[in-house]
Structure formats: C-alpha cells, structure tokens
Design a binder for this molecule. Structure first.
Ligand SMILES: [Zn+2]
Length: 138
C-alpha cells in the first residue's frame, strides 16, 4: 500500500504507539483524526502534535448482525461509540470491552473512561479504543 506522506506519518506513529493529531495555529484546537484545516475556527493552518489517547466514551452503539465484523469479533467484544479525548476532540470509533451483553450496564454509566488499543489489521496498525478495566469489573 502506497500512502501519501502525511498519512504515512500518521500510521507510522500508530505502529509505534504514538497518536498524531493536528493543532490549529490560530485557536489551538486539536483535530483528530488529523485535518489540515481547523474545524473549530476555520483557520487554514494546523501543525502536528500528539494526543494521549485518553478520553471518555459518550455513546454505545452495538453492531447488529448485518454489520458485524468477524475480524473485530475475533479480538474481543466490541461496539461503536463516540469518543471524546481529553484534548477536546470527538469522533466515532470501534470500542472494545462492550457488546450487546453489557451495553445496557455501560450505557447507564456513560461517560466512561477509555484508552487506546492499537490493532494490526491488513498490514498496518489502526487505532481503536477499549473501555478501562475498572468500568467493566464492577
Ligand atoms: Zn482553530
């Protein structure tokens, strides 16, 4: 797979456990996934920065049979949901640790803390998230 230089930087970072994002040079907003313009103030110029990957899960959407993904299911129970990083950006992601069995319990606790989970898939590393153990334990 041939990747554009900036996209390559992003995936090379993930392979090393580093999450790159873009920071607006005007207002300081963090854009993740990386965008080249700021979605907060509309400024055209952003620069590379990194984010911790720590954040909270704000919604839980369980996959239905039609869109279930066998590759993901082989890794562990998963759902989809909106993640908000501590740096302030929100996006949708695959979330491990939650599935139809415990979705109701987790929904009752939202927002719950999540951490990054780096998954090897199709020859590159991709970023997903996992609900923190303490949340699942009780
Ligand atoms: Zn901005």
């Amino acid at each position: 797979m041939k990747l554009e230089r900036n996209v390559k930087k992003f995936y090379d970072g993930l392979a090393e456990g580093v999450i790159y994002a873009r920071k607006c040079k005007e207002c300081g907003a963090i854009e993740f996934p990386p965008h080249y313009a700021c979605n907060t103030c509309g400024y055209h110029d952003t620069e590379w920065t990194t984010v911790s990957g720590k954040g909270v899960l704000k919604s839980v959407i369980t996959p239905v049979a039609l869109n279930a993904n066998n590759t993901l299911a082989a890794i562990g129970p998963y759902c989809f949901g909106e993640v908000e990083l501590e740096e302030g950006c929100s996006f949708n992601s695959t979330i491990f640790g939650v599935d139809a069995k415990n979705a109701k319990k987790i929904r009752g606790k939202l927002p719950v803390p999540v951490h990054p989970k780096f998954i090897q898939m199709d020859g590159y590393t991709t970023l997903m998230f996992e609900v923190d153990e303490e949340v699942l334990a009780d």
